[in-house]
Design a protein around this ligand. Structure first.
Ligand code: BES
Ligand code: ZN
Length: 457
């Protein structure tokens, strides 16, 4: 890498951190309509970054939150790289568990604490700063770069597919790059080649037309909270197998080779248990912890509501009960097919006297991206340059809906280059990003443009 690029990165490291803090101060929570203005402010802030690089960013309106698009395509003959990231974040709740407030970024022990620090503001920003380093020193980029930064990833990217479908030509690229995943462990960078998909639902049950005295009416009508827990309990059996009919029909089994590769990774189960605060692990019978999280489908309850939640006791037979729950899917399982089977199953389980409604929020299929490509080889070199060590190849359990869309609509594969760590507390209180990894990520990204630039088209 040109020495002036490296020098720019070291000279500006604290400026980059300060700028990231500015973005982290904007509470761009996509799930919560009260933050609509903050979402827009974050989009504008991101657009401002591209403007400073001499690009002409667009804030593209959608039926939901806006998408920021910017490009710098002045490297004829070199590959075109589409960088995706998201400026929206998960809700910060529960607020009282944060050591410092979620939208007041704070440095502690070499980490930057804030909602969105890793997921995905900090990681996304590494690619903006690496482009800046090239443009402010060499004056040009070794590749053609297109940036697509959305504001609805954390709520299922509902309007992104439409945007991509109507802007195919504009978004045309040879390879996509996303940093929204994790390293395998501290000091052990990874390239992720598989992600799980997702199907997210809410089940609403209605019993009596109002909350009732449980002494006067208890026993006379079905309690919707009781019905709800029974219905939910039927979704997974004691061996951790999902009970929706046909659920496993399309599941691609793990290959023996993958099982061996996963087992060969430096993983300490005792350490893992400690890291999540449990005495024992539990999950689908017949699979290891890594297999269960990366390559097996699951069902989790994400939220439960019914009855009295206030202080002390209240003897009430609640009128309503509801639950949010989701399935993580593996490649080849179809989110839509699952919905049909699930609805039929729940209708059968729903007791008389209870009305049920099943709402489907979002769905995305699981993905596996090919590793035999010159782009992956280039990424290996770039990650090694940034992190001082070659990456291992892993799958992960989270979902990034756009990866399958890029493949289907643009015909391109994605390089998933994650700078985060499993203990970064994404979606939890006290989310953090290791500042050294932030800077290593920027360095790896700067090297990536150079490595990809060598692959003439
Ligand atoms: N960054 C995550 C995805 C991720 C997490 C990938 C961990 C690999 C490892 C992303 O922002 C995310 O949380 N996605 C949602 C998608 C959903 C709302 C459609 C998820 O996985 O819950
Ligand atoms: Zn994310």
């Amino acid at each position: 890498m040109p020495s002036e690029v490296d020098a720019y990165l070291s000279q500006n490291s604290s400026v980059f951190e300060e700028q990231l803090c500015e973005l982290l101060r904007i509470p761009s929570v996509s799930a919560d309509s009260r933050h609509k203005g903050d979402i827009r402010a974050a989009a504008q802030w991101v657009a401002g970054q591209f403007r400073n690089l001499g690009m002409s960013p667009e804030i593209c309106e959608t039926a939901g939150h806006p998408i920021v698009y910017a490009e710098h395509c002045q490297a004829p003959g070199a590959p075109t790289v589409l960088v995706y990231g998201h400026y929206d974040v998960q809700p910060p709740d529960p607020l009282d568990l944060w050591e410092t407030p979620p939208f007041e970024p704070t440095r502690r022990n070499g980490n930057l604490y804030a909602r969105g620090a890793t997921d995905d503001k900090g990681q996304m920003f590494t690619h903006v700063k690496s482009a800046e380093a090239w443009l402010k020193t060499v004056g040009k980029l070794p590749v053609n770069l297109k940036f697509l930064i959305e504001g609805e990833e954390e709520v299922g990217s509902a309007h992104l597919d439409d945007f991509i479908a109507t802007n195919r030509e504009k978004l045309k690229a040879d390879v996509c790059v996303i940093s929204d995943t994790s390293q395998f462990g501290p000091g052990l960078p990874a390239i992720t080649y598989g992600l799980r998909g997702i199907s997210y639902f809410e089940l609403k049950l209605q019993g009596p037309d109002r909350d009732l005295h449980s002494g006067v009416f208890g026993g006379a009508a079905v309690n919707p909270a009781g019905a709800l827990v029974k219905m939910l309990a039927a979704l997974v059996d004691g061996d951790g197998r999902v009970q929706v009919p046909g659920f496993y029909d399309d599941v691609l089994p793990l290959t023996e080779r993958e099982r061996k590769e996963f087992a060969a990774l430096p993983y300490d189960e005792a350490e893992f248990k400690k890291s999540i605060g449990v005495a024992e692990l539990n999950g689908e019978k017949g699979f290891t912890n890594i297999e269960r999280r990366w390559a097996r489908p699951t069902c989790d309850i994400n939220g439960l509501t019914s009855g009295y939640q206030g202080e002390g006791a209240k003897t009430v037979l609640p009128a309503k009960a509801s639950a949010k729950f989701s399935f993580r899917l593996v490649p080849n399982q179809e989110p839509d097919k699952l919905k049909t089977a699930l609805e039929a199953m729940l209708k059968k389980l729903c007791p008389v006297g209870i009305q049920m409604e099943l709402i489907s929020y979002h769905g995305a299929p699981g993905v596996v991206v090919p590793l035999e490509s010159p782009y992956v080889a280039a990424a290996v070199e770039a990650v090694a340059h940034g992190f001082g060590r070659k990456p291992v190849f892993i799958r992960e359990g989270g979902s990034i809906p756009v990866v399958s869309t890029f493949h289907e609509l643009l015909g391109v594969d994605t390089l998933l280059l994650g700078w985060g760590l499993n203990d970064d507390n994404t979606h939890s209180p006290n989310e953090k990003f290791c500042l050294a990894d932030f800077h290593r990520g920027i360095k790896a990204s700067a090297a990536l443009w150079e490595q990809l630039g060598k692959l003439k088209k």
